[in-house]
Design a protein around this ligand. Structure first.
Ligand code: AP5
Ligand code: MG
Ligand code: ZN
Length: 210
């Protein structure tokens, strides 16, 4: 199955993608994680992406499409894309790449209220070692500041500052939300309510995929 996950920053794309990927045995990638990995390794692409990410704006299509398509080419039979596509140009590039294969099966949109998004993002903690995600109040680590999976150090993403969050939400509504209409038109859109316990959302997603 080939799935794309749509949803605003903080909707729980990463949280649900990690559960789904494990349960379905399907490889997943987050375009944001790919950029952060480049930054960690100090590549030229990482330095370029950083200038956009810290401001909460999108990295230009040309670079983003090339990076994600490399990953897609290596996983063409089944995959879960978290955070890509985010623009009309990216969606068209993905469709084009899939043209001579069977296309994307499902575009899954996760809906969450703005106030809840801000609460989630400003309280999020990420592991430096394995990228596992926590939340200061709703899913805190059992040992403060340490990842329960690998013992790694937890940090706050630079773009989870209140100013960057406001910008990211604005960019989402302007550039990415219109893709919901794009996928509705092609008939592969499924929508789920992203508020409530993580397990309930997981069940709603499973139902939407069946
Ligand atoms: P990216 O890393 O993709 O960030 P994002 O889309 O802003 O989404 P997030 O990762 O912030 O949220 P999420 O939906 O994964 O939520 P999560 O599961 O962590 O992109 C970062 C930047 O990279 C972009 O701004 C852009 O600059 C660039 N970029 C990336 N892709 C690009 C592209 N295609 N084109 C151009 N530029 C691109 O959950 C959030 C928090 O909520 C966590 O703390 C979690 O524990 C908690 N939580 C999750 N579910 C629940 C629940 N049900 N109840 C309570 N808390 C919950
Ligand atoms: Mg994410
Ligand atoms: Zn970890």
């Amino acid at each position: 199955m080939k799935i794309v996950l749509l949803g605003p920053p903080g909707a729980g794309k990463g949280t649900q993608a990690s559960i789904l990927s494990e349960e379905m045995g399907v490889p997943r990638v987050s375009s944001g994680d790919l950029f952060r990995d480049h930054q960690g390794r100090g590549t030229e692409l990482g330095r370029l992406a950083k200038t956009y990410m810290e401001r909460g704006t999108l990295v230009p299509d040309e670079v983003t499409i090339r990076m994600v398509m490399e990953w897609v080419d290596a996983h063409e039979r089944a995959f879960l894309l978290d955070g890509f596509p985010r623009t009309r140009g990216q969606a068209e590039a993905l469709d084009e790449a899939m043209a001579d294969k069977s296309g994307i099966d499902v575009a899954l949109s996760i809906r969450v209220d703005r106030e809840e998004l801000v609460r989630r993002l400003t309280g999020r903690l990420i592991c430096r070692g394995c990228q596992a995600t926590y939340h200061r109040t709703s899913s805190p680590p059992s040992v403060e500041g340490r990842c329960g999976e690998c013992g790694g150090e937890l940090y706050q993403r630079q773009d989870d500052s209140p100013e960057a969050v406001v910008k990211r939400l604005e960019v989402y509504f302007e550039e990415t939300e219109p893709l919901i209409g794009y996928y509705r038109q092609t008939g592969i859109l499924r929508e789920v309510d992203g508020e409530g316990p993580i397990d309930e959302i997981k069940a709603a997603i499973a139902a939407a995929l069946n």
